[in-house]
Design a binder for this molecule. Structure first.
Ligand code: 93A
Length: 538
């Protein structure tokens, strides 16, 4: 039974409606100054906390609810005869429900040039104490720390006359989490301001246990970052298939980040394996983008993760007939496509991410190393300058392809080298990628160029153009752009590129041997552009 409630809120959203609902259920309301005032203005009967405690709110409002008549009323164990007698003897009336939200500390300190004094005044002491007292005694007391819970509580009270054990437990955990986050924000600010020290508190919750980690013998969990704005795996809705594995999360995140690089202007598809996009393309239609991304590495695409910025349609679904993929991540699925894909495999995970086309909200990325956490701002942008450095000027009509190529390069593990091709005007595909090599030359010679030739062979055999393969291959390679995620330390990369008939190269530049690299490009008739922006990814 809820007989008596204490309402003390800084964010007054919904409080009048909530109080009115409680009043209609016969609940007596006690409240602090500002909250009491708006309730009275709405003709709701309220008892002031100061009347309950017998003390005025004092110390400029710093001491309002910190009193045994309040905390005794919350903490008293109802099942303890002694404590109930003690309460009666001290004239302490029980409080069965509280709605409290705290002084807006985080908002205050997020403002530029906030004074320390103002920040300190926004450290709520009484509010967290109320939340913690009520949450500790959750078996008897309902604790609301978030206005979005008012509605469900009124509904529960109206329908059953009580708040269930499950709801009270849930709300108590929520309240403790809230005060923990609140204290973390205070620690972060005061450590920086008073001591000049950086501390890091990360808020991750709603953890789910995964079947295993990267390998079967490893334990694993996924914790959500629910505060993140924009698209994220935390918000993905699973429509079908087996639960996601640890590796699925890693790869789906890479696929999502890669597709986001390409924007929403045209349908784009990323195909990811082992945390690298092995296929990436744009197209006139989703089918065309998917087909071209698949052509970027049909062997690696087996067991891959596909992400697109387009609603997944039946045409694209049908293309996947006979092809094994682990996950499809899309803003949505057309009903016939969904039906088709569900029949395709019981295990295929279909993830809908409605805000996939929205901007990313994540500002920082984190990486745990044994003994510490690395934090860095996200790698945003593709180049700082566009400086053609060779005698053969870098043609402007290769700019869009080069940008696509750089975006693919950004999403690929270092040392990354990408060969990209404009397969029809305005539509691009990765033709060969070299990823994760400890030296750049191998990424070009042994991987990107070799894979491009292999992929072209498959396309050639399918399309059977009326020219010999060698000629077909040389022509396409001569139209490709090659992007490198970091500068060339020696000129050998340019030599190997030219050996493969590559004529256009994008690199950040900045090596002490840039002059040698440029001279070699000039000698070999290669056009080279320096971007000034490195994109290592590890
Ligand atoms: O200044 S406090 O730390 N001291 C208190 O005793 C106290 N009791 C409640 N802040 C206190 N509160 C907070 O006052 C609540 O957490 C809430 O944020 C705010 C509501 O004040 P009012 O009803 O006057 O607007």
């Amino acid at each position: 039974m809820v007989k008596r409630a204490l309402l003390s809120v800084s964010d007054k959203t919904g409080i009048v409606e909530f109080a009115r609902g409680l009043e209609a259920l016969g609940v007596k309301i006690i409240s602090t100054g500002g909250t009491a005032k708006i309730l009275r203005d709405a003709d709701i009967e309220v008892t002031d906390v100061s009347e309950v405690t017998g003390y005025p709110e004092m110390m400029g409002g710093r001491v309002k609810t910190l009193h045994p008549r309040i905390h005794g009323g919350l903490l008293c164990l109802r099942e303890s005869k002694e404590q109930m007698e003690e309460a009666a003897k001290e004239d302490i009336s029980l409080i069965d429900l509280i709605a409290v939200n705290l002084y807006p500390f985080e908002i205050t300190v997020s403002r530029e040039n906030v004074e320390l004094e103002e920040a300190i005044e926004n450290i709520d002491i009484g509010g967290p104490t109320l939340l913690r007292s009520a949450a500790k005694n959750y078996r008897s007391v309902t604790v609301l720390s978030d206005p979005s819970d008012y509605g469900r509580i009124l509904k529960e009270l109206r329908s059953s006359g009580i708040i269930s054990d499950k709801t009270r437990a849930e709300l108590a955990v929520k309240a403790f989490r809230h005060t923990a986050d609140y204290d973390a924000a205070i620690d972060t600010y005061l450590s920086r301001t008073l001591l000049g020290e950086e501390v890091l508190h990360l808020k991750f919750a709603d953890g789910v246990k995964l079947r295993y980690g990267e390998n079967w013998h490893q334990k694993a969990y996924f914790y959500k970052d629910s505060a993140i704005k924009g698209p994220s795996l935390a918000k993905a809705i699973q429509l079908h298939g087996k639960e996601l594995s640890y590796n699925n999360y890693v790869d789906a995140d890479n696929a999502l980040q890669t597709v986001k690089e390409l924007g929403n202007a045209s349908p784009a598809v990323a195909i990811v394996k082992h945390n690298n996009p092995c296929g990436l393309a744009t197209g006139e239609s989703l089918l065309q983008a998917l087909h071209s991304a698949w052509d970027g590495d049909p062997i690696s695409a087996y067991g891959s993760i596909i992400c697109t910025n387009e609603v997944f349609d039946l045409e694209a679904a049908t293309f996947l007939n006979g092809k094994f993929v682990e996950i499809i991540l899309a803003p949505d699925f057309k009903p016939d496509a969904l039906e088709y894909l569900k029949k395709k495999s019981e295990n295929l995970r279909l993830l809908k991410l409605p805000d996939l086309r929205e901007g990313f909200g994540a500002e920082y990325t984190y990486k745990y190393v044994i003994g510490g956490m690395l934090k860095q701002s996200r790698d945003i942008g593709i180049y700082e300058k566009w400086e053609s450095v060779t005698e053969v000027p870098y043609p402007e009509n290769k700019r869009a392809l080069s940008e696509f190529c750089l975006k693919a390069c950004k999403a690929t593990k270092s040392n990354a080298v990408i060969l990209a091709y404009e397969y029809e005007p305005g539509n691009f595909m990765v033709l060969g990628m070299g990823a994760g090599q400890p030296n750049r030359v191998d990424s070009i010679r042994k991987l990107a160029a070799t894979k491009a030739v292999e992929n072209l062979k498959v396309i050639y055999e399918r399309e059977q153009p009326a020219v010999p393969f060698e000629e077909y291959c040389q022509k396409i390679m001569s139209e490709c752009v090659m992007a490198s995620d970091a500068f060339f330390p020696f000129d050998d990369s340019v030599v190997h590129a030219a050996e493969n008939n590559i004529r256009y190269i994008v690199s950040p530049g900045g090596s002490i041997r840039d002059n040698e690299v440029i001279a070699t490009a000039n000698r070999l008739g290669v056009a080279l552009v320096f971007t000034g922006m490195r994109h290592f990814l590890h």
